[in-house]
Ligand binder design. Structure first.
Ligand code: HEC
Length: 421
């Protein structure tokens, strides 16, 4: 079906030095309502309109509404009812809502998880014939403006035209987009990406280009955008943020942000993974400006190993990377974005203090799923000065890995598609 001789491999771990919560703020009123819906044994079967929809609003509809990433909508009784048994199974197995970091490592905010009481309610509803209940019990519906997971952006940065990447071979393409007159410099507090063509868009990273030098790079190459494996080729840039399958975006804490200069440019780097057929894409990025004054600058710190080689057939190949933070750097870590590709199995980040071999565990994902990547935000910022961050990943380059794009397996290194003869 797909003729991929070698999939791009990249191990990145982005440590974001300041950031805050998830898109959950508009659900606050729902939250209060659903916490009182515990069902005890012997109680009447919960109904969709009363208990169930409130749990779905708080925990499921953000993805399960038309136009978003989940395969079906749970906005109405009619749409949800056929899935009752499947919902029962998914919540009992704790597969839904999806959340990858294992418990006990990293104290994250806005953890996507159902309470035991909510699970009981959904199970009791499915077991009790999934009744609809009285229309009078229905809460006001949730609203999802324009398909942006974080709500309507303040500025949409959209490449000027569609782009058709080559039909085979991975491609990193950068699109240089002017931001126009912003009536002064702005601070970005959130970024949201709407992949134009999810069939071929593998991941997206947006960069600030304060001097506008990307315009020239774009002009120098035929067609929209320019080739840019590894980075946007700018001498002065900051990573604004990115998107990979499953990520939803997040807002930085008040008082922090990433600077966007008036009349500057934003470079949208799209990693295309073609499917062997002609496809076009145009991927816009939505920016949200800080409402409060910003005193602390956010930075994305990639912690990457670029020198690895995973032997063909290796089942549990370990790749590590270390990064020591200078004592004088008063940086705090607010969030972490683990990132691997299809051979990834496990990924862990630990913090080592000088003179101690007992690391603090910062994030640990033991069942990596390329389709569920996210940024995880700490409840309390982690102080880094003088400490060492260690990234450990386990990769499976054997035939037992159902996601291995190479049969038979081949040596895989950092970088673009490589052929090994
Ligand atoms: C962050 C986004 C997201 C949230 C939140 C979410 N889902 Fe899903 N759900 C998905 C996606 C994407 C799929 C399809 C791919 C997959 O299974 O991973 C899915 C699939 C499902 C399926 C079908 C599984 C199957 O293959 O049969 C069920 C049932 C389900 N979700 C129930 C729920 C319930 C119940 C909640 C809330 C408690 C929930 N989901 C929350 C994104 C989400």
């Amino acid at each position: 079906m797909n003729k991929i001789s070698m999939r791009v491999m990249m191990l990145t771990l982005m440590v974001i030095l300041a950031v805050t919560y998830w898109a959950g703020s508009r659900n606050l009123s729902v939250e209060a309502a659903s916490s009182s819906t515990t069902v005890k044994k012997g109680q009447a079967t919960p109904t969709f309109n009363k208990e169930v929809v409130r749990i779905l609003q708080k925990n499921c509809q953000t993805c399960h509404h038309p136009g978003d990433i989940a395969p079906f909508s749970m906005m109405s009784y009619k749409e949800t009812r056929p899935w009752a048994k499947s919902i029962r199974e998914q919540v009992l197995l704790r597969k839904m809502p999806p959340w990858k970091p294992i418990q006990g490592c990293g104290d994250f905010r806005d953890v996507r998880a159902l309470s035991d009481a909510d699970i009981q309610t959904l199970v009791a509803w499915a077991d009790g014939g999934s009744p609809e209940g009285s229309p009078a019990d229905l809460p006001p519906p949730m609203d999802f403006p324009d398909g942006w997971p974080l709500g309507a952006p303040d500025l949409v940065v959209n490449p000027q035209s569609d782009y058709s990447p080559p039909v085979s071979g991975d491609m990193y393409r950068c699109f240089s987009v002017p931001v126009g007159n912003l009536r002064g410099d702005r601070w970005i507090s959130a970024l949201s990406v709407k992949p134009g063509n999810p069939k071929i868009v593998h991941h997206v990273i947006a960069y600030a280009d304060p001097t506008g030098e990307s315009a020239k790079l774009d002009d120098n190459e035929p067609g929209p955008g320019y080739t840019c494996f590894g980075g946007p080729k700018l001498s002065n840039t900051d990573m604004i943020g990115g998107w990979a399958p499953g990520s939803r975006g997040y807002f930085a804490p008040d008082g922090t942000g990433i600077k966007l200069s008036n009349n500057s440019r934003v470079v949208i780097q799209v990693h295309y993974h073609p499917i062997g057929e002609a496809e076009t894409d145009r991927t816009p990025v939505g920016l949200y400006f800080a409402k409060a004054p910003v005193g602390k600058q956010l930075q994305v710190l990639p912690l990457v190993n670029t020198t690895f080689a995973i032997p063909a057939g290796a089942k549990t190949h370990e790749v590590t990377a270390n990064f020591s933070i200078p004592v004088f750097l008063s940086a705090q870590m607010w969030a972490v974005t683990p990132h691997m590709h299809l051979l990834g199995k496990k990924i862990k980040v630990e913090l080592f203090k000088p003179g101690s071999d007992q690391p603090e565990c910062l994030v640990n994902i033991d069942s990596w799923d390329f389709n569920w990547q996210g940024t995880y935000l700490y409840k309390n910022a982690v102080t880094l000065a003088g400490l060492r961050l260690k990234l450990t990943t386990i990769l499976d380059n054997s035939i037992d890995n159902p996601r291995n794009p190479n049969t038979p397996p081949k040596v895989v290194r950092w970088g673009r598609r490589r052929r090994t003869k």
